[in-house]
Structures are given as structure tokens and as C-alpha cells.
Design a protein. Structure first.
Length: 212
């Protein structure tokens, strides 16, 4: 299969937020993060973006040193769920560079996308974001995302930090035009956040950050 000229990078975590994704594209440190990103080899902004949904669901697990809490991961087999996401139209090279930065390493070139486009799922390694998933096509371009190789019920949940939830809530508001209250309700219901954060507490954390 010929490599596409562009792909939809489907983000369901902090990269739903335009400012956060901008750090992955052009380099920089997002508000609340503890790590600077080097950026992509091609710093061109995404050609387009749109709010979308993925089958399955999002959960918080494993500890992120960037956010000091659980990180968002995608499980396409979570029953009865739907994962809110944002799709960015980027080059395959930018997608490869974003994936490399998510693994805290330098890019070693473009990814061979032929296997994931053929099979729908490919594990490039055991890392938290080394499993590629082809979530169908949109307007002639493949929709690609990455996650961990395990399912949600195979790891212990880890509560996300306030800074991380602020970034996710902002991304959901941008992508889906949701109110802060709706974004907070969605996040509070995800495994890892449920029982640790209420929707009201998430709203308060986001409002406090804005006021500061």
C-alpha cells in the first residue's frame, strides 16, 4: 500500500489542545507540563482539525513524569464506551515525530505505515504509545492513533493530575465546543479519574487555573 501524503492524527489526550499540540509541532513546553518538546522536523501547522469520536474508551493509567499523574490511554475494546478525540491533518513524518516525542526519544525517521493500514493494529514495541491503530478513513485520509499494548482491565488505574485534566478539558472544549461542565463530567467518568475526581472538582481546578 502506498504511503499517504497526509494522515489524520487522532489525539484523545493532551494533544487535543491546540497549544499542547503546537509544542509537539514547533517545540516548547505546554502550561502545566514539566518537559519541553523538541518539535517535528517539519514545523508546518496541521492542515485541518476536527472533533471526532473513536469506538471504545479512554482510561488513565501508568505514571506520567510530564504531568505527575496518570496518562490517558485508549482501549478500542472498552464496551459501551465512546472516546472523545480530536483529529489533526498532518504529514506522515509529523505523525512519526509526534509518536517519538510521546516516547521521550528523538525521531529516527518516518514510520512504515503499510502494516497498520493493512492490519488495523501494529505493536511497534512494548511502550505506552507504541501500538498504532488505524481507525478507518476520513475524506480519503487514514485516521491513526497510538496507545499502549494492554487493555484497560490489565493495568491498575492511576489518577490524573489537575494540570493534565485542565489541558484535556481545554482540548475537549476546543474540539467539540463542549462547555467546561460537560468536559468535566466526561473526564470524571473515565477509569482512573472516577472515584478520585468529581466533575465539580475538575471544574474548580480549571477555573482556578484560568483565574491565576
Amino acid at each position: 500500500m502506498r504511503s499517504p501524503d497526509l494522515v489524520w492524527y487522532v489525539s484523545y489526550g493532551s494533544n487535543m489542545h491546540a497549544d499542547r499540540l503546537g509544542c509537539y509541532i514547533a517545540g516548547g513546553t505546554a502550561p502545566g507540563a514539566t518537559r519541553a518538546q523538541p518539535g517535528c522536523r517539519d514545523g508546518t501547522p496541521p492542515r485541518a482539525s476536527r472533533g471526532t469520536f473513536l469506538p471504545g474508551g479512554i482510561y488513565f493509567a501508568t505514571l506520567s513524569p510530564v504531568w505527575n499523574g496518570g496518562r490517558a490511554l485508549y482501549d478500542p475494546q472498552l464496551p459501551g464506551e465512546q472516546a472523545a478525540a480530536r483529529a489533526w491533518l498532518v504529514t506522515p513524518g509529523q505523525f512519526a515525530d509526534i509518536a517519538a516525542q510521546e516516547m521521550y526519544r528523538e525521531s529516527d525517521g518516518d514510520l512504515d505505515l503499510s502494516r497498520v493500514l493493512d492490519c488495523g493494529r501494529v505493536e511497534l514495541g512494548p511502550g505506552r504509545y507504541e501500538t498504532l491503530i488505524h481507525a478507518g478513513d476520513h475524506e480519503g485520509y487514514p485516521q491513526l492513533t497510538f496507545t499502549a499494548p494492554h487493555r484497560a482491565d490489565e493495568v491498575d488505574p492511576v489518577a490524573p493530575s489537575a494540570a493534565y485534566l485542565r489541558m484535556l478539558a481545554g482540548g475537549l472544549q476546543e474540539a467539540h465546543a463542549w462547555s467546561l461542565e460537560r468536559a468535566a463530567e466526561y473526564l470524571a467518568g473515565l477509569s482512573g479519574a472516577a472515584g478520585e475526581w468529581t466533575a465539580e472538582e475538575i471544574v474548580a481546578a480549571c477555573t482556578h487555573d484560568t483565574a491565576a
